[in-house]
Design a protein around this ligand. Structure first.
Ligand code: KIV
Ligand code: NA
Length: 265
């Protein structure tokens, strides 16, 4: 009963097996997904919006990612845990990237890290992989670039499509073991998937990717508000939790909780 490894992920593509990935930001949620058999969990910097109350992923710090990643590792036995390198922790260059990734590996115990960018993060990816740290690359919509790119579909038009293909090849050549494609036209994501030896992990990138990822609070209906089109909600946790909190409040105010069975003498 060992952890899933990057090698298992590589073999899955060779066998044509699709696999699911979910984000996780805390030990308890991660343990639920681990017991449910989710093979790969991403401690995404989406924790910024979905766990820590920031507006974007940009303010998330390496200290925060280290703490959240450590909790997810502690809460799991089987899953491969991938830790996101947050904005500002790898853009200065390969040496900074290695220093940051090393913290996630040594202090948090992640099995791999993820960073945004293909060609622009090539030197970082190469040094991490050479140093023994598996890298998942993230292309298409890259939320850490919200201030330059906004949140728009990426890879529309020939030039953008070619750039995405080049970025994907660059990530693969630099040694990345997988590449996330976020908000990319399905046809283009399918082409990238066919042309790479490493698996593609789609989010809003159609059905042809080798794997699919969703942000767990979106997937379980906890986030609230309007969801992007690519999210499928499998539960209404926000509703369930809200109703439970109201019922508890009613019981306390009305004096119907605690009952005798909840009391000690
Ligand atoms: O931070 C995150 O959750 C991500 C996924 C959407 C891929 O990067
Ligand atoms: Na992310």
């Amino acid at each position: 009963n060992r952890r899933i490894t990057v090698r298992d992920i590589t073999l899955a593509k060779e066998r044509g097996e699709k696999w699911p990935m979910l984000t996780a930001y805390d030990a308890m949620t991660a343990s639920v997904f681990d017991e449910a058999g989710i093979p790969v969990m991403l401690v995404g910097d989406s924790a910024g919006n979905c766990h820590l109350g920031y507006e974007t992923t940009v303010p998330v710090t390496l200290d925060e990612m280290t703490m959240l990643s450590a909790a997810v590792v502690r809460g799991t036995k089987r899953a491969l845990i991938v830790g996101d390198l947050p904005f500002g922790s790898y853009q200065e260059g390969p040496v900074q990237a290695l220093r940051s990734a090393t913290r996630l590996v040594k202090e948090a115990g992640v099995g791999a890290v993820k960073l945004e960018g293909g060609e622009r993060s090539l030197a970082q990816t190469e040094l991490l992989v050479q140093s023994g740290i598996p890298v998942m690359s993230h292309l298409g919509l890259t939320p850490q670039s919200v201030n330059t790119m906004g949140y728009r579909v990426q890879g529309r038009g020939d030039e953008d499509a070619h750039r995405l293909l080049r970025d994907a090849k660059a990530a693969q050549d630099a040694g990345a073991f997988a590449v996330v494609l976020e908000l990319v036209p399905a046809e283009l994501a399918a082409e990238v998937t066919r042309s790479l030896q490493i698996p593609t992990v789609g989010i809003g990138a159609g059905a042809e990717c080798d794997a699919q990822v969703l942000v767990w609070t979106d997937m379980l209906g906890l986030t609230g508000g309007k969801m992007p089109r690519f999210v499928k909600q499998y539960a209404d946790l926000r509703g369930v939790m809200g109703e439970a909190a109201k019922a508890f409040a009613r019981d306390v105010v009305g004096g119907t909780f605690p009952q005798e069975e909840h009391s000690v003498h």
